[in-house]
Write a protein that binds this ligand. Structure first.
Ligand code: HEM
Length: 336
């Protein structure tokens, strides 16, 4: 779940300091199974269910508070992609974001309540976006999650360890962000009604992988490497030129444009107007948003067969400060 918040109008550097000091204590306590100081239901903190809490700083923090910390050039809304975007104001970027993840919805709800009530005189909630992945215990071992189009989603991703520089910022980042990352959150509606009408050949052509296993159309199993040179009986590429994976894969375009994708499905349920309001909370983490994420997003906006069924309705960019050690406050270089 993601909480988008704006700072109160009169916010300054001390507002930020107070907010992050409270949130650092709250998150440390909750993630270690203790109720934070002002938790009136501390018993609920006992089940951590793998709780993680991630905080992000949006562009508005610099515009509003007059802080003098280095502002990274990329910390601004993504450029418009008029060929695909139908952005709704209600899913706009906010001053702050909090991502709360756990294996139990109850743990998430409790953490959300504690963090929001402790912040209420300093920041106000703008939106809440809820997403889910396959429930613990229901995953198919060795296979990535499926999205609501039935596609196996999450196959190609950087590996922890050797690919760390893909995600984590190093020496060239502003002090307060060193060891942190950047997050793009795009809310992308998926049209289940028109996808339902697409036959399996069109679906697999659009993606470049099979529905059944997620294997590339030139391979047998999910993690086979796609063969981009392979052609069919009449000489056309087996993995179509405008398929989603071919347009998004980095190694065709020099290899620097890789990032970590961590998508969640959202499903707001049916209404009197539509049988579904569902899609992907597409989340990308990368050290260098402009060199890694943007070229891929530009290519996909320009041409991607999957665009026929998907529509970005929300977009936000955040700087994610690194986690803290004992005695530190999150993002503390921001206001010093
Ligand atoms: C609702 C929207 C989207 C859907 C349903 C979707 C679905 C998929 C699926 C099923 C795959 C193949 C399996 C995998 O490697 O995970 C894939 C790959 C990928 N997608 Fe998406 N995607 C969406 C949006 C995006 C966006 C917005 C971006 C980036 C701007 C993106 C970037 C990528 C990348 C980089 C790959 C891996 C390509 C490779 O190296 O093989 N996707 N996507």
């Amino acid at each position: 779940m993601w909480l988008g918040l704006d700072l109160v109008e009169e916010a300054d550097a001390s507002t930020l300091r107070r907010l992050f000091t409270i949130w650092t204590d709250d998150a440390a306590a909750l993630m270690s199974g203790r109720g934070p100081l002002a938790d009136t239901e501390p018993e609920m903190a006992a089940v951590t269910a793998g709780l993680t809490i991630t905080f992000g700083v949006g562009p508005g923090v610099f515009d509003l508070t007059g802080i003098t910390a280095d502002r990274p050039g990329w910390l601004r809304p993504l450029p418009a992609f008029p060929s695909i975007d139908q952005l709704e104001e209600r899913w706009r970027g906010t001053d702050l974001v909090v991502q709360i993840c756990a294996d139990s919805p109850l743990t998430v709800a409790h953490a959300q309540w504690v963090l929001l009530k402790d912040a209420r005189s300093l920041a106000r909630i703008v939106w809440c976006q809820k997403g889910f992945r396959e429930a613990v215990g229901t995953e198919v071992p060795g296979r990535s999650m499926r999205n609501l189009f039935g596609q196996v989603d999450g196959t190609v991703n950087p590996a922890a360890g050797q690919d760390d520089p893909v995600v984590w910022m190093c020496a060239s980042a502003p002090d307060w962000l060193r060891g942190g990352t950047s997050m793009v959150l795009r809310r992308i509606a998926m049209n289940l009604s028109t996808w339902e009408q697409a036959d399996s050949v069109s679906r697999e052509l659009a993606l470049g992988r099979t529905q059944a296993t997620g294997a590339p159309l030139t391979g047998q199993v999910e993690h086979d490497v796609p063969d981009l040179q392979a052609t069919d009986a009449i000489g056309l590429p087996v993995i179509d030129t405008f398929s989603h994976v071919r347009r998004s894969m980095p190694h065709e375009h020099g290899g620097v444009d890789r990032f970590l994708r961590r998508p969640y499905t959202y499903d707001e349920g049916p209404s009197a107007h539509a049988l579904s309001d569902a899609g992907l909370l597409f989340v990308a983490f990368q050290a260098d948003l402009e060199r890694q994420f943007l070229p891929v997003q530009r290519r996909l906006a320009e041409a991607d067969r999957l665009n026929a069924w998907t529509t970005p309705v929300g977009s936000a960019v955040y700087a994610i400060p690194r986690g803290v050690r004992e005695g530190e406050v999150l993002a503390e270089g921001l206001w010093r």
